[in-house]
Ligand binder design. Structure first.
Ligand code: COA
Length: 156
């Protein structure tokens, strides 16, 4: 279950590219997301979650962190946890237009800080995202899972 909303704002300090990014991003721990706000995410997914699934995953997550620019959702993170020992970061998505500006990193830092003192914070990712997570202190482990590769195929 999500608890009270906490908010923080910070200006991105990422100014390596020629385009300066001075935009103020508002981060909220346990920020609210309206299901339709997720329509612009999951762009490169083969089987993006249906509207019904998006709604369920938002209400079923123990932690939702939002990143908003002028009110618009530009990134978010969801996680589930047992509240004491284990946390699983389930989704991290930043709009393509807002990637490489430090938003994903800050969402992760807020989640890690939220689960401080836990035995394990885990996530599943693709090999090409490994370096992103290693910079945040994550290490590769041996793991097992069951994945339904037909997931979402015949759903809206
Ligand atoms: C992966 C993702 C969340 C990264 O968010 P982002 O806001 O673009 O990343 P940041 O700007 O915070 O990057 C932080 C650091 O990680 C690096 N980084 C970002 N994406 C990376 C990648 N795919 N591989 C290696 N390094 C990466 C950045 O260069 C930066 O390094 P620096 O601090 O040394 O300058 C974002 O690209 C995304 O939403 N992708 C699509 C969805 C997805 O793949 N989600 C993860 C599923 S597990």
């Amino acid at each position: 279950m999500q608890s009270a909303e906490k908010s923080s704002s910070r200006t991105s300090n990422r100014q390596k590219s020629t385009q300066k990014d001075e935009s103020m991003i508002d981060y909220k721990i346990n920020g609210r997301i309206i299901t339709n706000e997720l329509n612009t995410f999951f762009q490169n997914w083969k089987s993006p979650p249906s509207t019904e699934t998006r709604s369920k995953l938002l209400t079923g997550s123990d932690l939702v962190i939002t990143a908003r620019e002028d009110g618009r959702l530009v990134g978010f993170l969801t996680a589930i946890s047992d509240g004491a020992m284990h946390a699983f970061i389930t989704l991290l998505e930043v709009l393509e237009s807002h990637q490489n500006k430090g938003i994903g990193k800050h969402l992760m830092e807020l989640a890690i800080s939220n689960f401080k003192g836990y035995y394990d914070i885990v996530l599943i990712t693709d090999p090409d995202k490994g370096e992103f997570y290693k910079k945040l202190g994550f290490r590769e482990i041996y793991g097992m899972h069951i994945r339904d590769f037909t997931y979402g195929k015949d759903k809206k």
